[in-house]
Write a protein that binds this ligand. Structure first.
Ligand SMILES: Cc1cc2nc3c(=O)[nH]c(=O)nc-3n(C[C@H](O)[C@H](O)[C@H](O)COP(=O)(O)O)c2cc1C
Length: 171
């Protein structure tokens, strides 16, 4: 299966989950890099963009998608929403006609709003959302125990089954 796994990750949990998913599916990883520096008010501006559904400027973005590619789009959840980097990718990528699986990585599971927003944007670009998942990354509290890198990679490996099944079902 020609699987493209596109993701943004600020702190690294989404990257590790994506790596596990890629290892288990043979998918190709594509990381989105936000040009915004998150220090000195950059995070505040990023969150303002997140709130209003605005994107950002990506560094060296690749918006190409091979015609036979199946696409997985992964975003951290910020304020119950997809991140600006992923919003920009969805706005610009050649998604029309593709089958897409969307994944939200949050401090907890239970982020239906982020999934619904992302799915709506992907659908409005002419793609078909064939499945979704909602998985835990880092709890945004310095006192919380963080899952280990190995645990996050294992989460990605575990996700592979749901992704594979969704793409195998006729749509
Ligand atoms: C500014 C900010 C807002 C967040 N808002 C939410 C939220 O609304 N719901 C949630 O479950 N997690 C929220 N989180 C937690 C992140 O989604 C979580 O830590 C995720 O694993 C981060 O992904 P990353 O490590 O790939 O950057 C927030 C984190 C940050 C930094």
């Amino acid at each position: 299966m020609n699987l493209l796994i596109v993701y943004y990750s600020r702190e690294g949990s989404t990257r590790l989950i994506a790596q596990g998913l890629a290892a288990a599916t043979g998918g190709t990883l594509r990381e989105l890099v936000d040009s915004r520096k998150m220090e000195h008010g950059g995070m505040f501006r990023a969150l303002r963009s997140t709130m209003v559904g605005r994107g950002t400027t990506l560094i060296d973005p690749d918006y190409s998608i091979e015609p036979d590619a199946r696409v997985v789009i992964m975003t951290p959840v910020w304020l119950g929403r997809p991140t600006p980097a992923v919003t920009t990718f969805v706005k610009n990528a050649a998604l029309r006609g593709t089958r897409t699986f969307v994944i939200a990585v949050g401090g907890t599971t239970g982020n239906p709003g982020a999934i619904a927003r992302l799915a709506k944007r992907v659908t409005s670009r002419g793609a078909l959302v064939i499945g979704h998942a909602d998985v835990p990354g880092y709890i945004p509290d310095p006192k919380a125990v963080r899952p280990s890198d190995e645990e996050l990679v294992a989460e990605g490996v575990h996700l592979a089954e749901a992704v594979r099944q969704a793409f195998e079902e006729p749509s």
